[in-house]
Design a protein around this ligand. Structure first.
Ligand code: P1T
Length: 389
């Protein structure tokens, strides 16, 4: 796509391939070059061509940031060295005495950041089920500056109403951050629904090949963007040019991967819900899911994450996870390859046991990230392993 070509009105499939990446004006290279230089020559002190020092800005990173912004329909994109680097940078905008109203079910590392790092700095968080808008309204405090939630949540796949929460937050003067890692911009657009900022662990679907740790924030709020740009440079949690290149490359197939994996997840969730060794199946596409109606309206698909309870508790879930042959038993999600994990022992070990139990992250709970392999092969793998659980 030519430099300066209009991107307005283009579909996500086109933006994923082209956004932020016109052919290189020097060589005509169609793929974004990886500019490794850590510093950029200035004609005279202060006279540069848009880049000074690699932490402050880099051409490959700039392309990725433009691509992030285009995918989420925002004006400003920011790339980080991890999802938690993105979270830390956003949270660093708060001051001691501020309160963050947070969803009750969040990635364990996000919980740890809020509970063990931000709280001692005087930034308090309360973890609340945001499914009921009256509860949301009543959970605001005079010092609530930020509402922070995932939807679907990790690992219980709760669905929260972005538009309603954003409308209450606007009345109260708080900004809304939606972690869109599980849905991706293919299935859900939080900014269009009123969120102030969207956050991603780019490690997951955006990169999509389990070979980069990265993070993203997108916003159209000018003041927030200015402050974020300052903090991004001041805190320095930035990605390498090579990682930016890999994520740009991964994003080109994001819509294809997400749609394919989501279709497979729908089939697998349905089959799981009829299996005798399986208890509760949590998948927003099932009509039994509490958030099914909202997900049908807020998302354009139900995603490729499934959580379910294996009958027989810890022993059965451990045996299932070690019997899988195609699914790898590993943390993370959103890659082309299918993964399975045990949230209580693995990704959510930093959430205190009592809180985990209250939420339903119990010993029998297993989380699947469905990849792009043949759904029949994946189901055969699950069925075989369930036979051994
Ligand atoms: O791992 P990192 O790129 O720093 O991203 C953190 C993060 C943020 N938000 C969500 C919703 C996430 O799921 C994650 C990371 N999650 C895992 C590693 C996991 O297996 O759930």
């Amino acid at each position: 796509m030519k430099e300066g070509a209009k991107t307005e009105g283009l579909s996500l499939d086109t933006l994923a391939v082209h956004a932020g990446q016109p052919p290189d004006p020097v060589s005509g290279a169609v793929m974004m070059p990886i500019v490794l230089s850590s510093t950029f020559a200035q004609r005279a002190p202060g006279e540069h061509q848009g880049f000074e020092y690699g932490r402050s800005g880099n051409p490959t990173r700039r392309a990725l940031e433009a691509c992030y912004a285009a995918l989420e329909g925002g004006k400003h994109g920011f790339a980080f060295g991890s999802g938690l680097g993105a979270s830390t940078t956003l949270l660093s905008l708060l001051r001691s005495g501020d309160h963050v109203l947070t969803g009750d079910d969040v990635y364990g590392g996000t919980f740890r950041l809020l509970d063990k790092v931000m709280a001692p700095l005087g930034i308090e968080s309360s973890f609340t089920d945001l499914s009921d808008i009256d509860v949301v309204r009543n959970s605001f405090r005079p010092n609530t500056r930020m509402v922070w939630f995932e939807t679907p949540t990790n690992p219980l796949l709760k669905i929260f109403d972005i538009a309603k929460i954003a409308s209450v937050a606007r009345e109260r003067g708080a900004i809304v951050v939606v972690d869109n890692t599980f849905a991706t911009p293919v299935l859900q657009n939080p900014l269009a629904l009123g969120a102030t900022a969207v956050l991603h662990s780019a490690t997951k679907y955006l990169n999509g090949h389990s070979d980069v740790i990265g993070g993203a924030v997108v916003t159209s709020d000018e003041e927030l963007a200015q402050r974020l740009a300052y903090q991004q440079n001041a805190l320095g949690a930035v990605p390498s040019p090579f990682d930016c290149y890999l994520v740009l490359r991964g994003i080109k197939t994001l819509p294809l991967r997400v749609r394919h994996a989501s279709a497979s997840a729908g089939i697998i969730a349905d089959r799981l819900s009829r299996h005798k060794n399986v208890g509760r199946v949590i998948y927003p596409g099932l009509s039994s899911h509490k958030g099914h109606a909202l997900a049908s309206q807020q998302m354009t698909g139900f995603g490729a994450m499934i959580s379910f309870v294996i009958k027989g508790g810890l022993e059965a879930s451990k045996s299932f996870l070690s019997s899988l042959e195609i699914f790898a038993c590993a943390e993370s999600l959103g890659g082309v390859e299918s993964l399975a994990e045990h949230p209580a022992i693995m990704t959510h070990a930093s959430v205190p046991e009592a809180q985990r139990c209250a939420l339903g992250i119990d010993d029998g709970l297993v989380r699947l990230s469905v990849g792009v392999e043949s759904v029949d092969d994946l189901w055969a793998d699950i069925e075989r392993a369930l036979g051994k659980s």
